[in-house]
Design a protein around this ligand. Sequence first.
Ligand SMILES: Nc1nc2c(ncn2[C@@H]2O[C@H](COP(=O)(O)OP(=O)(O)OP(=O)(O)O)[C@@H](O)[C@H]2O)c(=O)[nH]1
Ligand SMILES: [Zn+2]
Length: 351
Amino acid sequence: MFPSLSHDTSPDTTVLASYGWDDSWSALAGPLAAPGAVPGRVARVDRGRVDVLTGTGRVRADSRPHALAVGDWVLLDGTSVAAVLPRRTTLARAATSGRSEAQVLAANVDTVLVTVPAESAARAGRVERLVALAWESGATPVVVVTKTDRCPDVAAVLEDLALSAPGVEVVAVSVVTGDGVDDVAAAARGTTVLVGPSGAGKSTLANALLGDDVLAVGEVRAVDGKGRHTTVHRELIPLPTGGVLVDTPGLRAVGLRDAAEGIDRAFADVVDLADGCRFTDCAHESEPGCAVRAAVEGGELPERRREAYRKLQREDEWAAARTDARLAAERRGRWKRITRDQRAAYRARGR
Ligand SMILES: Nc1nc2c(ncn2[C@@H]2O[C@H](COP(=O)(O)OP(=O)(O)OP(=O)(O)O)[C@@H](O)[C@H]2O)c(=O)[nH]1
Ligand SMILES: [Zn+2]
């Protein structure tokens, strides 16, 4: 009933596959399917409405009551979302502007390309934060050093970053010379997002990855289901080298939230050392028998790594406390309502 890749090579399936549809999505969709349901991927989210890319074109659909994100796979019943397939990964950040919930930036992302301009790569703090965010989401981070044409000693930058992102692939690219564009394309496995500070070269790199399909920044040519070229917003774009690029605005500065595991993975070197601390809840500040501080003093661990780890942990704990405070306030509110309702019921009975 659903386009399955191994058995069906119709144009619809080919188009759907270019958005990332595969046999495992098809298997997940099966049990949720009502007759006539059409699978598609969310490319754009507005209030209560979504743009869904299906095998036969773009459909504007009513998403209520689902809370959808770019990258979600859904089943459409006409122009309404009948079902949402379970997410493989969820890229979320702490919401800004005083709200304490997380904000889902994209769903089902496989690869997070963390861009850092070669000239400012020494400020690795941002890289560490974004690598932690990527690990936490369930995706695989790749560090991309951009604008290498402007940097006299790329090798030193790469060496430095390897310390800031242990176990993470690091690639170097210059869109000016073209060096490394193929490496980035190869690293962009599955559904990919580009994250990093403003001016890091994300849009330029996206255009380079998209090759000839590019019209201008903000617009690309895409082939619709009928084989026509149409201009679409660049939210979810098939890459000519395979994979899909998701453009998520607002992925420059991110706050971490509920990201303890992601942080630990991004700081695997520090966590390894922490196994040797005397206290299991050691904060690596002034506790006796701290193996992390001993490693810093012995020159095995850069002090900035210890500091960066603590900083992200504190931030994450603070976000968690804020969430707890909100939940507590909600509980209080609910309790007030319950007692008020009870009193009202009591009075009503007494009459
Ligand atoms: N020298 C050099 N300049 C580059 C390279 N890639 C991008 N740039 C320039 O860097 C500037 C910023 O590039 P963008 O692609 O707009 O950066 P961005 O990360 O998308 O920035 P935001 O949209 O603000 O997040 C532009 O002037 C680009 O032309 C490169 O490989 N080498
Ligand atoms: Zn310690």
